[in-house]
Structure formats: structure tokens, C-alpha cells
Ligand binder design. Structure first.
Ligand SMILES: Cc1cc2nc3c(=O)[nH]c(=O)nc-3n(C[C@H](O)[C@H](O)[C@H](O)COP(=O)(O)OP(=O)(O)OC[C@H]3O[C@@H](n4cnc5c(N)ncnc54)[C@H](O)[C@@H]3O)c2cc1C
Length: 424
């Protein structure tokens, strides 16, 4: 993919102060990151604070996806992608603080990789943990550069929360698997050229076994992607139909029939990313404050109370996310179960959406001026994080069973062969 280099306009932000206790090495990297961003990105002031990432227009959605992908290519070309990944895989061989400093510096610029950053966060650690050396050498540089844009082909009409019940079938035929089935809710699949796909390879084993994790080229014959239009008018996810799709056995990540392991790694990193690693989720407080100012509601005690609540929640999320993401960036086990972070973030999104509407009033959510569109996106989009990446109820189960060691939910189908599990 071609990297873009956008010259910085006049009036780029001034260099930031060095953080207290920053080492010379860290200060040097901060200056290097700043110079790169100044040379290749627009300062954030030029972008409207009310801009939304939701696009009703399909061409605009594709253009936004392509911009994110191109920015990933630019970072890769200048060694600012995959900062903690090994140099021989296209990364920088850096530490978690490299990521933190780069993110801090990026805050002042109107840049981001959008969807691409989520797949790197999910698939990167999975490849590092479960792929072969040859697979890592092939896929990691292409993932980090955005040349391969991966969608997640996990959920099915009958397998969302109960993902291990999935039915998409793959049958071995020589050096290939032949895949037939349906996936659903696949974010950005209409724009991605690769997919991470979960398939059922052994229906005689219990449901968590007999699943295989495949990487699939979306241009393979037999794959049809149909966008789904949401209440917002945007089509952010898709149905994906697979009919006798031939996938090389060399594309299996982990063991054949042992795909639940890499799938769990993807899901844990997804929770961490949605909870705190994603710029798209956090940082609503400044706009809520501006909204209260615009509507003369800053002195309203009830609104002030809720603004304070939003501020405190965002600080707590930032602190928790920093601890978790520091571990994730170094591909270590997180000190806190990412489910806790995702739950907290989810609750915050719902409260912020409610507050935006409370400040602006019901009438303010209608119309198509940019603040109305932002408020609509807050209102309608606030539940997306409580469903995507595992629902709130499922995260609570995970937290109870994995982190707190509480008794497991009663299960009747755990030891049954998948083919004998009753299905609707
Ligand atoms: C914004 C967004 C993006 C997404 N992107 C992708 C993607 O890229 N790729 C992909 O594969 N999927 C994606 N999904 C799908 C997502 O993973 C599923 O929607 C989610 O796992 C829930 O599954 P479901 O929709 O089938 O709901 P169901 O599993 O049918 O759940 C219905 C309700 O029952 C509750 N429930 C289910 N089981 C239990 C239980 N054991 N205990 C208590 N309550 C329970 C749920 O919490 C929920 O309220 C996305 C979803 C959203 C909203």
C-alpha cells in the first residue's frame, strides 16, 4: 500500500513539555515522534470537536476507512507502527512507553488509523502468541502496515454470546479447507481484504474443541459480503456468506481443532481495546462541558453533578486502561481482567449519551447541524460498546468466573459432542 505524506500546514502545535522524570531516551523519542507528526499530519485544532466517526454515506465511510489505512502505512514507512513489535517483523522493538508517548503526542494531531488499529490490537498479539514463525514473518509486517486489513468473522446468527456454538463448517480436502456457512455483524468486512475466521472442523468434539482459526483472503471465490444498515443510517457491519470457500491449511493459526485458544486471545485483546485502548471510546467530557456551556446549563446543579461524574469516570478509565494497555503492548497478561475495563467503559458511554440528551433536550437531537449529529451518534451509538466484543451480561459472567473465581454458570452442553447440542 502506498504511504501518504501530507505536508503540515503553518501553525503546527508547539512541542509539549517533557513529562516529569522522563529519561533522555524518552525525551528523544518524544521529539522524534513530534517531528514525524508535524511533518505528516494536520494539527487537531483544524478538525471540528463535533466530528463523528459514523458515516451514513457509503463513499464517505470507505474514504474514512482508506484514510485510516493510509495513515497506518505512513506510520509503518516511518517506523512508528507496531512500536513494541520486533524490528524483524516491521516493528520498532520498543517498550510500552514508546506507545504511550506516541499516543500522547498524537492527541494534538488530526490522525488515526480507525478500524485498522482495532484489528492490529486484536490480531497482533494473537499472531505473536499462536502463529508459526513463518506465519508471523508473513502476516505481522502486512498487518502493521495496513496492507492486510483484517475483519473479524466470528459471530453467526446462532452464535454470538455463545460463540463456541458456531456452525460455519470447514471440511479438509488435501491441502485446503472447504468452508461453507454464514457470519454476521462483521465490522468493516466490506472494506477489508483479509478476515480472521472461526470454523467448525470437528462436529464430534464438544463445542469448545473442534473449532479452527483460519486467516482468509476476502477475494477468495465463494465469499459474499452484504452491508447491514443500522438505526443511525450507517452500514458499519455486514453479513458474510461463505459458499465452498477454499482456504489453504497453511492459513490455520494454532492447532487444527484448537482454534478456541487464539479466539480467546482475540476476544481478550478486543475487550482491552474497546475499554481503553481506543481513542474513539474515551474523551467525551470536554464536549459535554462545551455542550453545557452552549446551552447555558453549566450552573444547573443536576447537570454539574453529572458532569463531575463523567469527569471522574473518564479519569478512572484512563488510569485502568493505562495499566492494562501497558501489559497488552508488551504482550503480557493484563493485571486487571479487561472485562472490568470494558464494563466500566460501557456504563460510562451510556451515562454520557444520556447526559448529552439531557443537556441538549429532546428537540436538540433532531436536525442535521453537526452538534445534533454528534448528539444523535451519542444517543444511538452508546449501546454498540455494550454489545460489540461481548455483551455486558457476558462480560459480567467472565469477570465472575475468571477473575473472581465464583461458581460457573450451569452448563448442560459442555461435554456433549457439538453435533448433539440442541439448536434452534
Ligand atoms: C458494534 C458491534 C460490532 C461488532 N463487530 C463484530 C465483528 O467485527 N465480528 C463479529 O464476529 N461480531 C461482531 N459483533 C457481534 C457481537 O460480538 C455480538 O453481537 C455479541 O457477541 C452478542 O451476540 P448476539 O448479538 O448474537 O446476541 P445474543 O448472544 O443472542 O444475546 C442476546 C441477549 O442475551 C444475553 N445473554 C446471552 N447469553 C447470556 C448468558 N449466558 N448470561 C446472561 N445473558 C446472556 C446477552 O447479553 C444479550 O442481551 C459486533 C457487534 C456490535 C454491536
Amino acid at each position: 500500500m502506498t504511504a501518504t505524506t501530507t505536508p503540515a500546514p503553518a501553525g503546527s502545535p508547539e512541542p509539549t513539555e517533557l513529562g516529569p522524570g522522563e529519561s533522555p531516551e524518552q525525551a528523544e523519542f518524544r521529539a522524534e515522534a513530534r517531528a514525524f507528526l508535524t511533518a505528516h499530519a494536520r494539527p487537531r485544532q483544524a478538525a471540528s470537536p463535533w466530528a463523528v466517526t459514523m458515516h451514513r454515506d457509503r463513499d464517505a465511510a470507505r474514504a474514512a476507512f482508506d484514510r485510516g489505512r493510509a495513515w497506518q502505512g505512513t506510520m509503518f514507512a516511518h517506523r512508528f507502527a507496531g512500536l513494541t513489535y520486533p524490528v524483524e517483523l516491521g516493528g520498532r522493538g520498543g517498550r510500552a512507553w514508546h506507545e504511550r508517548i506516541f499516543q500522547e503526542e498524537s492527541e494534538d494531531f488530526d490522525v488515526g488509523s480507525g478500524f485498522i488499529s482495532s484489528t492490529i490490537a486484536m490480531l497482533g498479539p494473537t499472531l505473536m502468541q499462536h502463529a508459526t514463525d513463518a506465519q508471523r514473518a508473513h502476516y505481522v509486517p502486512r498487518l502493521l502496515s495496513g496492507e492486510y486489513a483484517f475483519c473479524q468473522l466470528f459471530s453467526e446468527p446462532g452464535a454470538g454470546s455463545d460463540l463456541a456454538g458456531l456452525a460455519c463448517r470447514a471440511v479438509r480436502d488435501g491441502d485446503e479447507f472447504v468452508v461453507t456457512g454464514q457470519k454476521v455483524w462483521n465490522s468493516a468486512a466490506q472494506f477489508c481484504n483479509w478476515g480472521m475466521l472461526l470454523v467448525r472442523t470437528d462436529p464430534d468434539q464438544p463445542k469448545h474443541r473442534g473449532i479452527t482459526f483460519l486467516l482468509v483472503d476476502m477475494a477468495t471465490p465463494g465469499i459474499e459480503t452484504r452491508p447491514l444498515v443500522q438505526a443511525t443510517g450507517a452500514a458499519e457491519f455486514n453479513e458474510v456468506f461463505l459458499h465452498e470457500v477454499r482456504v489453504p491449511a497453511a492459513n490455520v493459526v494454532g492447532e487444527i481443532d484448537g482454534g478456541w485458544g487464539p479466539a480467546r486471545t482475540v476476544l481478550s485483546n478486543e475487550s482491552a481495546f474497546i475499554g481503553g485502548g481506543s481513542k474513539a471510546v474515551g474523551g467525551r467530557f470536554p464536549r459535554l462541558l462545551d455542550l453545557a456551556e452552549l446551552h447555558g446549563r453549566r450552573a444547573d446543579p443536576a447537570i454539574r453533578q453529572r458532569l463531575a461524574d463523567a469527569y471522574i469516570r473518564e479519569r478512572v478509565i484512563a488510569a485502568m486502561a493505562e495499566r492494562i494497555m501497558t501489559a497488552v503492548r508488551q504482550r503480557q497478561a493484563p493485571p486487571v481482567d479487561p472485562s472490568a475495563l470494558k464494563l466500566f467503559t460501557t456504563e460510562s458511554r451510556v451515562r454520557s449519551g444520556d447526559l448529552a440528551v439531557a443537556i441538549r433536550g429532546a428537540a436538540g437531537t433532531a436536525g442535521d447541524d453537526e452538534i445534533a449529529v454528534w448528539t444523535q451518534a451519542e444517543l444511538l451509538g452508546r449501546y454498540s460498546v455494550s454489545i460489540g466484543g461481548g455483551t455486558t451480561e457476558v462480560q459480567k459472567n467472565n469477570l465472575a468466573e475468571r477473575a473472581l473465581g465464583l461458581p460457573r454458570e450451569p452448563r448442560t452442553d459442555h461435554q456433549l459432542p457439538w453435533k448433539d447440542v440442541p439448536r434452534s
